[in-house]
Design a protein around this ligand. Structure first.
Ligand code: K7E
Ligand code: CUA
Ligand code: CA
Length: 647
């Protein structure tokens, strides 16, 4: 796709509909070269110039100003977005597309001091020498905690694909407070919190987080069985949302990709593109069908309670057997493997709680699975797992992810076609039952280009409002000023409130967002400043600033208050282990100070009423000006203290 576009050197102008055909033709040619045959059946019509969209005049012109946020006014939504291989999470305003904040999670960040301060290292985990265990991350999916089927503003959970870690972010401070490394997991991809308890009707909020595993490995992965891929397997992990400790794991056949959960708490599911258990891509797409595997949460927890478990390697987390061979009787099965067309990508639950949409990726279809029918299968009322499928419309090439508007329509990203396709669930069901007059696809719109995830405002909650769709695209090519070989990605805002989708804004985003969620702003309640009493090691008054020495260990208790630190200078000896505990005693909202020590690799900020600490060996004699990095006062440049290290 893109490489050949660039080689051709003569792209048609952006709005030329011929370009879309060009893109999909080359993309398909590229895939065919990889030994793949695609059913090129899907729809090619591209009449996107809307007439019924709310901001479209009779002339067909879109009134873009309706989607701008004028100076001094606030956005109506937050968008929380994963940062991909940047390892972070980002917060944008919608519809403006303004970037508000980058939350370091699995990455180092020298503004905040993430990976620098003792507190962040304690969350990240450290090596014996005190350095962070990992300094890379790969965040794909962000999902907040739920109460009553909608966001409760408590936490966001995000995966780290590369090192198999789950992180939690507090939504009052928008900072990461816990990271858990999943045992025996490689390629942790899909993540989704549960929406309520499967058994206790009184528990209507998130208590578990479910984690899929994409890369099957020998278990434990300690050098055994490397040449025998038949022995490799994957684990589906349940993490306690409160303690962030893994509760249990399920051994599954095949790999797992994305994860979705039901609104009644009873089921979680994951689409699987490599049920073949292949180790090369040709093997991974050899079967005509893969699966969407469903997990019966209450039965799994009962099996764990009864001790029908085993453990792997040094991990103490109980594992139950969820393979097909061990679960042939539906009435006792822990898992149900629903066959779907080959190599699906993405599974999403509809806001009415009734369906899961599984995108075809290598098949031009989406598969709609009925939640109630899956439960009936587990009750032994259906012949085969495939009987849970209620629709499978042809929607276009390269379907990846689906979002919903709460009015019975689904919006699926088409990676190869560079389109968003809108399809109606009831019409798709009728067509599946043989009604020749039923048309599942109701609209499609070009996006620029190759969309990955798409998501709707509040679309993963019962409060889906059907107003906006954001398309996070993998290629932006000519949509922005060129900035060298690495292009920004594009995030395109589409108004979905009318019958026709209307593209209303192009936002640029730094590589590489995967998934995002759009949250109504009234749900988010943040703190204005920190609370000194949350930090037992805080220095609350300038007079309490001091140097304490115990042998070679030196602790500096320090405050910051514009425009000075509580100590103007201090002396330590070469070889001392120095800990600086810095409390920002300024109370003014937004009055953040920084603290940097040249040549000692120390750089972090303290927000109002916050305390942070750093520890280092004073191994370089001399004078080091510790200075404020965060512009705070007219005397910001003068805000510095002298650290003298005696030889
Ligand atoms: Cu499609 Cu990791 Cu959600 Cu990327 S995955 S796009
Ligand atoms: Cu304190 Cu700048
Ligand atoms: Ca496959």
């Amino acid at each position: 796709m893109s490489p050949s576009d660039h080689e051709s050197g003569s792209l048609p102008p952006p709005q030329d509909p011929a370009r879309r055909r060009f893109l999909s033709a080359t993309a398909v040619a590229g895939l065919a070269g990889a030994g793949l045959s695609l059913g090129l059946a899907a729809c090619k019509k591209s009449d996107t110039a809307g007439a019924a969209g709310p901001a479209v005049a009779a002339s067909g012109k879109v009134d873009y100003s309706k989607y701008e946020v004028p100076p001094g006014q606030l956005d109506t939504y937050y968008s929380f977005s994963s940062g991909g291989h940047s390892g972070e999470v980002r917060i944008y305003g919608m519809p403006s597309g303004r970037l508000f904040k980058r939350i370091p999670v699995f990455n180092m960040d020298c503004l905040v001091g993430w990976g620098v301060t003792n507190e962040s290292k304690a969350i990240l985990g450290t090596r014996p020498d005190g350095s962070p265990k990992y300094t890379t991350g790969d965040t794909h999916h962000v999902h907040p905690s739920y109460t009553n089927g909608t966001y409760d503003g408590q936490h966001i959970f995000v995966n780290d694909k590369i090192h198999g870690r789950l992180a939690r972010i507090r939504l009052d401070t928008m900072e990461c407070d816990k990271i858990t490394e999943l045992p025996n997991v490689q390629g942790f991809h899909g993540v989704f919190p549960d929406k309520r308890d499967p058994v206790d009707a009184k528990i209507n909020h998130t208590t578990r987080v479910f984690c899929g595993m994409e890369f099957h490995t020998p278990q434990p992965n300690d050098g055994r069985d490397m040449d025998d891929p038949k022995k490799y397997f994957c684990l589906f992990t349940c993490v306690d949302a409160q303690t962030m400790e893994p509760r249990w794991q399920v051994k599954v056949d095949g790999n797992m990709d994305l994860v979705a959960t039901s609104y009644d708490g009873k089921l979680a599911c994951s689409n699987q593109y490599n049920t073949e258990g292949g180790v090369h891509y040709e093997d991974m797409m050899s079967a005509e069908r893969d699966s969407c595997v469903f997990f019966h949460i209450a039965r799994i927890e009962e099996a764990v309670r009864q001790g029908k478990t085993f453990t792997i390697g040094t991990s103490k987390v109980p594992v139950v057997d969820g393979t097909q061979a061990a679960n042939s009787d539906p009435k006792t099965a822990l898992t149900c493997y629903v066959p779907v067309p080959k190599n699906p990508h993405g599974v999403n639950a509809s806001p009415d709680g009734k369906y899961y949409a599984c995108s075809g990726k290598l098949s031009p279809t989406a598969t709609l699975i009925d939640h109630a029918l899956v439960l009936q299968w587990f009750d032994g009322q259906l012949k085969t797992p495939r009987d849970t499928v209620v629709a499978e419309p042809e929607i276009g090439l390269g379907p990846l992810h689906t979002a919903f508007d709460g009015r019975g329509n689904a919006y699926t990203t088409l990676f190869l076609d560079s389109q968003i396709v809108k399809w109606n669930l009831e019409a798709a069901k009728k067509a599946f039952q043989g009604d020749k007059t039923a048309q599942a696809v109701v609209d499609r719109i070009d996006v620029q280009y190759q969309p990955g995830h798409g998501f709707t405002s509040m679309g993963e909650t019962r409060e889906a409002d059907g107003k906006f769709f954001l398309s996070d695209n993998k290629f932006s090519k000519d949509r922005f000023l060129p900035v060298g070989p690495l292009h920004p990605e594009s995030s395109q805002l589409i108004d979905i409130s009318g019958d026709k989708m209307v593209l209303v804004a192009d936002h640029s985003v730094y590589s590489e967002p995967h998934d995002s969620i759009i949250v109504r702003r009234d749900i988010i309640k943040t703190r204005q400043i920190y609370d000194l009493s949350d930090f037992p090691n805080a220095t609350t008054k300038v007079q309490d600033c001091r140097l304490e020495r115990q042998g070679k260990k030196v602790t500096i208790h320090l405050t910051s208050q514009a425009p000075a630190y509580g100590l103007r200078e201090w002396k330590v000896k070469k070889g001392d282990e120095v800990t600086i505990i810095l409390t920002n005693i300024d109370k003014v909202e937004d009055l953040t100070h920084g603290f940097a020590i040249p040549k000692y690799n120390i750089n972090f900020i303290v927000n109002p009423q916050e305390t942070k600490s750093v520890t280092f060996i004073a191994d370089k004699p001399g004078v080091y000006w510790c200075y404020c990095t965060n512009f705070c006062h007219a005397l910001h440049l003068e805000m510095r203290s002298r650290m003298m290290v005696e030889a």
